[in-house]
Design a protein around this ligand. Structure first.
Ligand SMILES: CC(=O)SCCNC(=O)CCNC(=O)[C@H](O)C(C)(C)COP(=O)(O)OP(=O)(O)OC[C@H]1O[C@@H](n2cnc3c(N)ncnc32)[C@H](O)[C@@H]1OP(=O)(O)O
Ligand SMILES: CC(C)C(=O)C(=O)O
Length: 522
């Protein structure tokens, strides 16, 4: 198994993401985490860019011990001087010096001929050698450079003392095959190339940064440059966590590995996201919130039977505690039962089936179902009396200029359907009057409370009511994303409890009147 070095440029190319500006303290915090992650090289910044960048590179250089610390530099003396000043205290300093080599960059940006580029780089490398024992040379926009000129550049860099040669796909233009071909071509044509380390640096403009990095590894490079979460200039850089997990998951194919402590990946990703303010999309490979989440019933069932059915890597590998079976409208009974069991509810099949129907109904209206939703659902049913009445539907007509009117239909346990309508001095009053008419119960509403049990705009609302009838007082509870529906459910729940209590009392007196509660049904 061949080891590939990881050159992390989150603090340099990553910070080139528009809108990202890390303070010195933040850079040091990320650098320390990168050290824990086990990266081989940390590019801490571009010392000549500003006083702030200089200080950050210096602080990182003074703080981290094991990884090499790098500053970027143009082939310009003042950049090299700034880099040396910032890095001279580092345990393992490295200079990363670059100049563009492609015809487009030579003509329009640098306004230099091939010879001028070569001379400029040669001179800068000779100057840098006085300070740095370790120099990486990058041929910026190597991906669009004439192959034979790239060979000349590589030869010059090696002869001038670079020990790492980076051939970046600066604008994310190449296909994996084309990128691999560049490394193979240069490797064949440049003498002494085996004495230095070849490095790949890919951008994600066409979404191929990771694929191109992996192709470069197959072509023999010894170092991969990238950033955490793939942040960076424009569409970003190769995401280090994706490269590392591809190598780890497909050892059989790549026969290469990184020295990363993979368990630190999730933590590093979270820290970089937090400090850069660059949100990680849910569907992002490896570190997105959904990378180990399963919502559909068939997948969840497979996962419960054996995780390899739908996961090619384990969340524990990157430092997460477990996969996440997310309950939603695509979930099935297996996952639902498993979730309730894990939450400590011992329910029989009939109870699970009954709850599952309510759950599906709720899931149709709510994006995600969390633990609080489930507790609310289960506890609504808990200790539930026999359901004499249940809500079939209700309709409410309401406006600031009209009298609220509720029309509703209740199902009776005997299979009858009872439809009623009533006006009230408010929506809930109208609903409750219509329920009174449908059930024929004479009750007094002694208390009404409303609570939000979950969070967000689609939170579940919970309504408690207390009904009084003669000497009997009962509570009822209803839960729904719609507060009027929760109110109706709570009231009907209380009526069912009232009927059950009355029957219990009669049973105790030995004078049960079976079916008494249905006497009012027309
Ligand atoms: C592919 C990459 O990611 S490369 C790194 C990109 N990162 C950055 O640019 C961030 C830091 N940069 C900066 O802070 C500034 O650009 C500085 C301090 C480096 C330079 O600032 P300025 O002197 O104001 O120049 P400016 O940025 O406008 O233009 C860049 C100059 O560098 C030249 N240049 C670019 N690359 C090189 C190079 N490798 N060697 C020599 N000169 C170079 C350009 O041709 C241009 O020169 P010109 O002024 O003669 O036309
Ligand atoms: C400086 C070089 C390595 C770079 O960032 C690029 O080419 O994208």
């Amino acid at each position: 198994m061949r080891k590939v070095d990881i050159f992390d440029t989150t603090l340099r190319d990553g910070e080139q993401s528009p809108g990202v500006n890390l303070s010195q303290e933040e850079k040091v915090e990320i650098a320390l985490q990168l050290e824990r992650l086990g990266v081989d090289v940390i590019e801490a910044g571009f010392a000549a860019a500003s006083r702030g960048d200089f200080n950050s590179v210096k602080r990182v250089a003074q703080t981290v011990k094991r990884p090499k610390v790098v500053s970027l530099s143009r082939t310009v003396k003042k950049d090299i001087d700034a880099a040396w000043e910032a890095l001279k205290d580092a345990e393992n300093p490295r200079l990363h010096i670059f100049i563009a080599t492609s015809p487009i960059h030579r003509q329009y940006k640098l306004r230099m001929s091939k010879e001028q580029v070569l001379d400029n780089a040669r001179e800068a490398l000779a100057y840098a050698k006085q300070f740095f024992s370790e120099i990486e040379f990058s041929a910026e926009d190597a991906g669009r450079t004439e192959l034979d000129f790239l060979v000349e550049v590589a030869d010059m860099a090696i002869k001038s003392g670079a020990i790492v040669l980076n051939l970046p796909d600066t604008v994310g233009y190449l296909s994996p095959e084309e990128y691999a071909h560049i490394f193979k071509y240069v490797s064949e044509k440049v003498p002494d190339i085996d004495k230095i380390t070849l490095s790949a640096h890919c951008h994600d403009d066409l979404g191929m940064a990771v694929a191109n990095s992996l192709a470069a590894i197959e072509a023999g490079v010894g170092q991969i440059e990238g950033t955490i979460n793939g942040i960076g200039e424009r569409a970003g850089n190769a995401a280090i966590e994706e490269v590392a997990l591809a190598l780890n998951t497909r050892k059989d194919y790549y026969s290469a590995m990184t020295g990363l402590n993979l368990k630190e990946i999730a933590r590093t990703s979270r820290l970089v996201s937090k400090l850069t303010g660059m949100f990680v999309p849910g569907n992002k490979a490896v570190v997105g919130a959904n990378a180990f989440a399963h919502e559909s019933g068939i997948h969840q069932d497979g996962m419960l039977k054996n995780s390899t059915t739908y996961e090619i890597m384990r969340p524990e590998t990157i430092g997460l505690s477990q996969s996440n079976l997310v309950l939603g409208k695509h979930s099935g009974r297996h996952a639902f039962r498993d979730k309730l069991r894990n939450m400590g509810y011992q329910l029989n099949d009939e109870q699970v089936n009954k709850l599952f129907e309510r759950f599906k109904d709720l899931a149709d209206r709510k994006k995600t179902i969390n633990d609080e939703d489930l507790i609310a659902l289960v506890e609504e049913r808990w200790g539930e009396p026999e359901e004499v009445y249940s809500l079939d539907y209700f309709h409410l007509s309401y406006g600031t200029q009209s009298v609220p009117t509720a029309t509703l239909r209740l199902n009776h346990k005997d299979g009858k359907k009872i439809e009623e309508a009533a006006c009230g001095n408010g929506s809930i009053d109208a609903i409750y009057k219509a329920i009174d008419r449908a059930t024929g119960e004479q009750v007094e509403l002694a208390d009404y409370k409303i609570n939000s049990v979950t969070h967000g705009k689609d939170a579940l609302g919970e309504v408690f009511v207390q009904l009084r009838q003669n000497e009997l007082t009962v509570q009822g509870r209803g839960v729904s994303t719609d507060i009027l529906e929760a109110s109706a459910r709570a009231y009907i729940d209380a009526v069912n409890r009232l009927i059950a209590r009355r029957r219990d009392q009669e049973t105790q007196k030995g004078t049960a009147l079976p079916g008494q509660e249905t006497a009012t049904i027309s």
